[in-house]
Design a protein around this ligand. Structure first.
Ligand code: TRP
Length: 327
């Protein structure tokens, strides 16, 4: 039997090629050796102010995007967090052994307080506790996450140790698995791809949008004219070539750049064609799924129905350990 692990998907925003090559591809690959639980974490999504009417749409959108990108409901459990209430039960139990001081030092909490000083709520403060519950509920040994989540994983390991030392050996300490291609620079040529920076190529961008974004993307800033030789090593477009192009094209572009044999425009056309080719099937699949919302909802419900018995099994053990059982 394949082991489980949990990883969370925020019910927000469009996915970009940085998400895809950073995280999703790795998740897709992990479906072979594990039976992962991918949860759309709507309880976490409530820690920021939101419009209740939007939540189901955001959940659907996130689910459709990840399914389109290759998460397979046959090989993984794709579920909605709020349909498995054991997450909250374990979070509460962990709350009761979490020192407040430890939570106040978590960097993501400090960032959120800075960004939204008028909405510092208990849910936000306890966000890492709920995340630890998500992870421990499925006895995860690994958790594939982005670098920004490492402090949460450190906290989760601490909570596993704390629980074990108070109530007896129950949880293993989960290790984070960072995706290798975690850092894809955006079209600005400087920053990591990020929705808030408007430097992304999205998985649902049309061919025209991809061409347009690449046409204005920053290349080697020292290469001002077509006749200037460039340095592929400092060119962001070259980084895209390394991901998307064939070895021959990569060599051709590197050589052409160094000798001013080809210009950035030609180089960009090659990358654009490859990105268009990579993104098109994902975009089309996503459109199909968005046209059948009831099927996507059924996947999330069926996923919750598969996750629940696993969570319940852990909770039987936990209840026994913490004494919330009558016998
Ligand atoms: N905090 C994660 C993020 O922002 C989402 C998340 C919630 C998660 N629970 C999780 C990730 C459990 C991994 C495991 O992306």
């Amino acid at each position: 039997m394949r082991k489980h692990f949990f990883s969370g998907i925020q019910p927000s925003g469009r996915l970009h090629i940085g998400n895809y090559f950073g995280a999703i591809k790795q998740w897709v690959a992990l479906q072979d050796s594990y039976e992962p639980v991918f949860g759309i974490v709507d309880f976490h999504g409530m820690t920021a102010r939101y419009d209740p009417k939007d939540m189901p749409v955001r959940v659907l959108d996130a689910a459709a995007s990840y399914l389109a990108a290759g998460l397979d409901p046959e090989r993984s459990i794709i579920m909605l967090q709020s349909l498995v209430l054991e997450h909250l039960e374990l979070a509460w139990i962990l709350n009761c052994i979490t020192p407040m001081g430890r939570l106040s030092r978590i960097p993501t909490f400090k960032d959120k307080v800075r960004q939204n000083p008028d909405n510092v709520n208990m849910g936000l403060f306890g966000y890492p506790v709920l995340m630890a519950a998500d992870i421990l509920l499925y006895k995860s040994e690994i958790v594939p996450v982005g670098e920004d989540q490492v402090p949460h994983l450190e906290f989760t390991r601490e909570m596993a140790r704390r629980f074990n030392s108070i109530f007896g050996e129950t949880f293993q300490e989960p290790a984070e698995v960072l995706s290798s291609g975690a850092r894809i620079v955006g079209t600005d040529g400087v920053n990591k791809m990020s929705k808030s920076l408007d430097n992304c190529i999205y998985l649902d961008d049309t061919d025209e949008e991809i061409s347009r974004k690449l046409a204005t993307a920053v290349t080697d800033p020292a290469r001002k004219r077509r006749s200037d030789p460039g340095d592929p090593e400092v060119c962001n477009l070259y980084a895209y070539h390394r991901i998307f192009s064939t070895p021959e094209e990569i060599a051709h572009c590197a050589e052409g750049c160094r000798t001013a044999g080809i210009g950035c425009v030609d180089c960009k056309k090659i990358v654009a064609a490859h990105i268009q080719e990579a993104v098109a099937p994902i975009r089309e699949r996503r459109t199909e799924l968005m046209a059948q919302p009831s099927e996507v909802r059924d996947i999330l419900r069926a996923g919750a129905d598969r996750a629940r018995p696993i969570a319940q099994e852990t909770m039987r053990e936990v209840r026994d350990k913490v004494g919330t059982t009558l016998d």
